[in-house]
Design a protein around this ligand. Structure first.
Ligand code: NI
Length: 388
């Protein structure tokens, strides 16, 4: 099956759809019009997409002409609350932006669907197309899994277009790819007093400062230095006036790791540090901690090989690129927790075309020449998995 040729023939459709979705971004958990448009695009191909109660997004099956397994392909569809500054003539103007490139994901998967529909009679099994909402909030993948989108699925492939990775390469490397991401929130309560009489109060600002410094030592002094771990405090708010001892400070942040042990270990250690520091200063502390994603680790060698060979078949060894492991998170990991999966990256950076900005930047946009490659890899992976 020559998906390279089919992708070439489908390229103008993919780019046209990418521009449409780029122009009409919607935020996580509110992808209503996006879902309607995807449903219309899929129906045009003769598919019968289904939706699920309480969430946006949709799923459609391409049932092959021959019996076999079921392979899922996933694209996330949500945008970010960023005011676009790309200057593109199809730039969004509604205060949201496809700054993470999920518009490309939608169009690449639609392109793959179009190609797979054309060779449907030869497919040995079913290809399930998953258009997932709310990746940025970590809501989408768990909600879709709960709704049953993985029922009967034998394997899943997903990919992300990436601004820090050169076009037109594709990375389907094995091992650690993206970290698990947690969000935490800390409230420190003290006792107000006149700023001139700290002895009469409990200073929540000083207690919170000590907590923040001690939390950093969790990474530098408790964690194995060979184990990547990030602990970042993102915001801090506290106090009411320059001459008042603050009675409340609230701060929040994120933790990133690949270690499955730290899924329990990190919040436990942080709680210990926070509570003992609060006790030392006579303050009270409350701590909320939640893992938004688990790590993305390509640890299924059979699927790694299918994905890698798919790229090589399409674009040769020279089509493969290297992208370092990163501490960013991705809720595709929840699919991989349930069924064997593999996650790839599509390079979108091209300095010659001025495409130097990274995902989540207000000027991020992609080298559209790579979209056909991303679509072809989706299709080739699905086809080859079903052949095996
Ligand atoms: Ni993303």
């Amino acid at each position: 099956m020559n998906f390279k040729e089919l992708a070439q023939q489908t390229e103008s459709y993919i780019i046209e759809r990418r521009r449409y979705y780029h122009r009409h971004p919607e935020l996580s958990e509110a992808e209503y019009e996006t879902t309607k448009a995807i449903i219309a695009d899929l129906k045009e191909m003769g598919l019968e997409p289904v939706t699920y109660e309480g969430m946006c997004g949709c799923v459609a099956d391409i049932v092959g002409g021959k019996p076999g397994k079921t392979v899922a392909l996933r694209a996330d569809i949500d945008a970010l609350p960023i005011c676009e500054e790309t200057g593109l003539d199809f730039a969004a103007t509604n205060g949201a932006m496809h700054a993470c490139g999920h518009d490309s994901h939608i169009s690449m998967l639609l392109g793959a669907a179009k190609m797979l529909c054309r060779v449907k009679d030869e497919l040995k099994g079913t290809v399930r197309l998953i258009f997932q909402p709310a990746e940025e909030t970590g809501f989408g993948a768990p909600a879709m899994i709960k709704a049953g989108v993985l029922d009967g699925v034998d394997a899943i492939y997903g990919s992300h277009i990436w601004g820090d990775f050169d076009a037109p390469y594709v990375s389907v490397e094995s091992g650690n790819r993206m970290a698990s991401a947690a969000m935490f929130d800390v409230t420190v309560e003290g006792v107000s007093a006149h700023g001139s009489a700290p002895n009469l109060g409990v200073d929540a600002i000083v207690a919170a400062s000590a907590m923040i410094m001690s939390l950093q030592t969790y990474v530098s002094r408790n964690n194995n230095p060979l184990n990547p771990l990030v602990l970042t405090i993102g915001t801090i708010k506290g106090g009411s006036r320059w001459n008042v001892i603050a009675n409340k400070v609230q701060f929040d942040g994120t933790v990133r790791t690949f270690s499955k042990d730290l899924l329990e270990g990190a919040p436990r250690a942080m709680k210990r540090i926070l509570e003992s520091t609060a006790a030392a200063y006579g303050a009270k502390v409350t701590f909320d901690f939640k893992w938004l994603t688990v790590p993305v680790i390509n640890d299924n060698e059979e699927l790694n090989a299918i994905a890698r060979n798919a790229v090589v078949k399409l674009y040769g060894e020279e089509g493969l690129g290297h992208l370092d492991t990163m501490m960013g998170g991705e809720d595709f990991s929840f699919f991989m927790q349930k069924v064997p999966g593999v996650f790839g990256f599509i390079g979108s950076r091209n300095p010659e075309k001025g495409l130097i900005y990274t995902n989540h930047h207000e000027k991020y946009t992609v080298d559209e020449d790579v979209l056909k490659r991303g679509a072809a890899v989706y299709a080739q992976f699905a086809y080859d998995f079903l052949e095996k």
